[in-house]
Design a protein around this ligand. Structure first.
Ligand SMILES: C[S@@+](CC[C@H](N)C(=O)[O-])C[C@H]1O[C@@H](n2cnc3c(N)ncnc32)[C@H](O)[C@@H]1O
Length: 547
């Protein structure tokens, strides 16, 4: 049985246990004190559906006679979708505030999260379904009604919410926040949606799909250009295009929250005692057991932080690489630079490693508010080991103060370049629908200029890491290849050795080997991680040495 199957089986077993416990509690309470939507939600935020999926039941009450109350969890999800569509907000920043504003307990917060993030991830597919059920272009619908419909579709097709609850609660939500007018429309549209289950809808939509790429885009809720780009990325980084569906499916899974214990500053003991599990990719990492992390004193103190395991690997691999010429071999006296540091995840880990080794990290960030986030992230690290600079990384030469790189250059430089984030789609639920191929064209020159600036300020013999949270070949291999082609003073290092040295034993071996030969089998490797293989964001890492 695969890890995912066994996890699914465990989830289902826990749901059944939750259901039985909830039933007992309901019996004890005699069904009193229920809030809308509350009675069927188990402790993991799932609503229980005791009926077979094929038997669809709806309220016989006319929409106008139904509730005008909005279930607080659904309201929190609705407000999140509104902020995303109306204000261009980030769902993962808005939802936690909405959860707090509505004082949702853990169970309702889980439901709101699954609903909001799920509806945002699946938006393209749900809009395709809705287009078949609404008698006018979706653009002509009131934006609030459209967002409510998206939430209704997500409950009907992707969550275990009973059909009548999905309908009644969506009508109630619309009546509460928009008014009674659109109630009948919402009711009629969602009844049409509920007439088929998800596989039947995908089959129907697929009939009109232009090609296999469009079909996969509908079936896995990705824009077609991203399906194409991810297939090309798999092949470019030496994996098989047959992995594409597994990769697309992984993008739609709720990511596990990873923790990092900053070396010398934090311990995972408390998190592990609270139910977290040791991470499988990098040392000093754990998979959170969920809930409010601020209940952990180690998190409040800053020694334990939330950070994707792939990001941890990138920072640790740079620290494990050959290094520069100034240090005593163990890193003492070395100068490290993080050129694009905001909001400070990798900088915090690098600074902690620098502090342990007697090195110093300069963390640079162009956006002042993000530079402030870097300062906050670095606060737990002893102050002598780091400093923060607000400035354009392309002008990093200023950091040398007019002295040559041989004298004042950096031993290790990280360029964690601004990118499309196509490797972190699971964390940013709406981003896939916002990104366009134009972003690639706009980011390309900046990525190249930042890498060149990093090389300019590296000491001869120093190591520069180029990283992205995108596997797109235009942002990864092409950038490195172009810069290598332009400069005589740079060579590509093997990134797999340092990555393996930084990872847990075996984590990057066998079919989890992320390396791909750069120039034939004997050439140095770049590293590309994948969510469906490594359970991490699709981070790319290349290491370069300045001659
Ligand atoms: C991928 S993020 C870095 C993430 C960060 N390393 C971490 O682990 O938290 C890229 C960062 O580069 C910053 N950035 C964009 N253009 C820049 C420039 N010209 N110079 C320096 N930083 C820049 C962005 O503001 C953003 O904070």
């Amino acid at each position: 049985m695969s890890e995912r199957e066994s996890r699914g089986r465990d989830d289902r077993r826990r749901d059944r246990q939750d259901d039985r416990r909830d039933d007992r509690q309901d019996d004890r309470r005699g069904g009193r004190d229920r809030r809308p939507g509350d009675e069927r939600r188990n402790a993991r935020g799932h609503e229980r559906n005791r009926r077979p999926r094929t038997e669809r039941t709806f309220s016989s009450a006319a929409p106008a006679a139904r509730t005008r109350r909005a279930d607080p969890a659904r309201l929190a999800a609705f407000e999140t979708l509104r902020a995303v569509s109306e204000e261009g907000a980030y769902g993962n920043l808005v939802l936690p505030k909405a959860v707090r504003a509505h004082r949702l307990d853990r169970r309702d917060a889980g439901f709101a999260t699954e609903l909001a993030y799920g509806a945002l991830r699946w938006q393209g597919t749900w809009d395709a379904v809705l287009s078949r059920c609404v008698d006018r272009p979706l653009a002509d619908l009131d934006g609030a009604v459209l967002d409510a419909l998206r939430l209704g579709v997500h409950q009907l097709l992707a969550m275990r919410v009973p059909d009548h609850a999905a309908l009644d609660q969506t009508v109630g939500l619309v009546r509460a926040v928009v008014g009674a007018g659109p109630g009948s429309l919402v009711n009629a549209v969602l009844r049409k949606v509920a007439a088929r289950d998800l596989p039947a809808w995908i089959a129907e939509l697929s009939e009109d799909a232009a090609d296999e790429t469009a079909r996969l885009g509908l079936a896995h809720a990705h824009p077609a250009w991203q399906v194409r780009a991810l297939r090309q990325a798999l092949v470019a980084h030496g994996r098989s295009g047959t992995e594409l569906e597994a990769l697309l499916a992984a993008d739609n899974e709720a990511p596990v929250v990873n923790l990092v214990a900053l070396p010398g500053l934090g311990e995972l003991t408390e998190a592990l005692e609270a139910g977290a599990q040791k991470g499988a990719l990098v040392p000093g990492s754990a998979l959170s057991s969920g809930g409010d992390l601020h209940r952990l004193s180690s998190v409040r103190a800053g020694g334990v932080r939330v950070q994707d395991a792939g990001s941890q690997l990138v920072a640790r691999a740079l620290a494990a690489a050959g290094g520069g010429s100034a240090g005593a071999g163990d890193g003492r006296g070395e100068r490290w630079l993080d050129l694009c540091a905001g909001p400070g995840g990798k900088a915090a880990l690098l600074a902690a490693l620098a502090a342990e080794r007697g090195a110093h990290l300069t963390a640079n960030e162009v956006a002042p508010h993000r530079a402030e986030l870097v300062r906050q992230a670095l606060r737990p690290v002893p102050g002598h080991a780091w400093s923060v600079r607000t400035g354009d990384g392309r002008a990093a030469g200023e950091l040398l103060g007019g002295r040559p790189a041989e004298e004042a250059g950096y031993d290790r430089v990280l360029v964690d370049a601004p990118c499309t984030g196509l490797g972190a789609l699971r964390r940013r639920p709406e981003s896939r629908w916002r990104r366009t191929p134009r972003d690639l064209a706009e980011l390309g020159p900046l990525q190249r200029e930042l890498l060149e600036a990093a090389l300019d300020v590296a000491r001869p013999g120093g190591t520069v890491a180029y990283a992205t949270c995108s596997p797109h070949a235009a942002e990864t291999l092409a950038v490195v290849q172009d810069v290598l082609g332009r400069r005589e003073d740079v060579e590509l290092l093997d990134a797999l050795g340092p990555a393996r040295a930084a990872a847990l034993p075996g984590a990057l071996e066998g079919d989890r080997d992320p390396s791909r030969p750069w120039e034939g089998a004997a050439g140095p490797a770049t590293v590309q991680l994948w969510p469906h293989v490594h359970g991490a964001d699709a981070m790319f890492l290349a290491l370069l040495r300045k001659r």
